[in-house]
Ligand binder design. Structure first.
Ligand code: NAP
Length: 295
């Protein structure tokens, strides 16, 4: 069995690669750069996907919350094309392949759900783009769609913020929290923080790849938590106080208001279809996830 993973070199991609290899898959990454067990996007455009591939996954995407990148039009274009164009490239290659893979699994985001303090969202909630990031998710999911009659099974995982020791938000927060300088984002931290542990995100992709009955949208989130719940759990796991909130205006200055929203506002996203499909979480509550991230 062989899996092809766009963005397989990244934080989530490394965890999924390990999980696939433990399940007997050979893994080929699709990257902008050449490397071992890697083909480039140009190779895919030129030669299509290799004939022996049974599962195709796309996790590619330029980091939205990179504080070193200014939120200008050029970067917004890169954020969009690194997700939408890579997904389209793989979808087109699947449609043109002589021996199609059994499953095409792609990632997207919970920014498709409009932040709201009281609403609960599931995969069945109506969604409509309301800003740049929600429009991005709509276009990203649309890019993944194969013709309805196609034999390849499709799954899209709408991921929350991914927690894990070796990447994403935890990597950025680890040292400030370790030094006792952590705190909520926004003064109260009462905004929802839809989150998932990276082992579970990789686990949901494995579940989607291995089970023929899994298809369509799955929310990649765990138990609901606010930013304050996460802050308490993470600082608690490190045995540190968390008394220094980062005010919203600082986030707006560093990131610009359009993307600072990702952390200043949040959605309460329930993984209803994920649970109904039989996926069993390793870390469903934020305390156990944070404990693992510092262990
Ligand atoms: N981490 C989170 O909290 C989170 C939350 C929700 C959704 N997601 C989504 O999950 C996916 C994986 O996230 P991650 O945390 O693993 O990200 P990551 O560590 O930054 O890795 C993303 C991968 O995307 C590729 N990439 C970056 N810029 C690109 C560009 N301009 N064009 C084409 N490819 C590019 C890179 O592959 P190469 O350098 O090998 O080309 C990289 O390995 C992303 O699509 C992200 O939007 C992540």
């Amino acid at each position: 069995m062989r899996a092809l993973i766009g963005g397989g070199t990244g934080f989530v991609g490394r965890h999924l690669t390990k999980a696939l290899q433990e399940n007997g898959y050979k893994v080929t990454k699709v990257s902008r750069k050449t490397g071992p067990d890697t083909i480039t996007w140009k190779d895919i455009n030129k030669n299509g996907i290799p004939d022996d591939v049974t599962a195709v996954v796309n996790l590619a995407g330029a980091n939205i919350l990179n504080p070193l990148k200014r939120w200008n039009q050029a970067y917004k274009d890169e954020v969009v094309s690194s997700r939408v164009e890579t997904t389209k490239t793989l979808a087109n290659a699947i449609v043109s392949s002589k021996i199609p893979p059994k499953v095409f699994a792609t990632i997207s985001g919970v920014a498709i759900y409009k932040p709201n303090p009281t609403l609960e969202y599931t995969e069945d909630s109506d969604v409509e783009p309301y800003d740049f990031l929600s429009q991005l998710v709509v276009d990203w999911e649309q890019a993944a769609k194969l013709p309805e009659s196609h034999s390849c099974r499709q799954v899209t995982v709408r991921s929350g913020v991914v927690l894990g020791r070796d990447g994403g938000m935890i990597q950025q927060l680890y040292f400030p929290f370790y030094l006792g300088l952590g705190g909520t984002i926004g003064l109260r931290g009462d905004q929802w923080l839809p989150w998932i542990h990276v082992s579970d995100l990789a686990g949901i992709f494995m579940h989607a790849i291995n089970n023929d009955n899994v298809h369509g949208l799955l929310n990649g989130t765990a138990e609901s938590a606010t930013n304050a719940d996460f802050t308490k759990a993470f600082a608690g796991a490190l045995c540190r106080p968390a008394i220094f909130p980062t005010p919203g205006f600082v986030m707006n200055i560093v990131f610009g208001s359009e993307r600072a929203k990702v952390v200043l506002e949040g959605q309460n996203v329930k993984p209803r279809r994920t649970l109904e499909s039989g996926y069993q979480y390793k870390y469903f509550d934020v305390k156990s996830a944070c404990k693992n991230c510092v262990s």
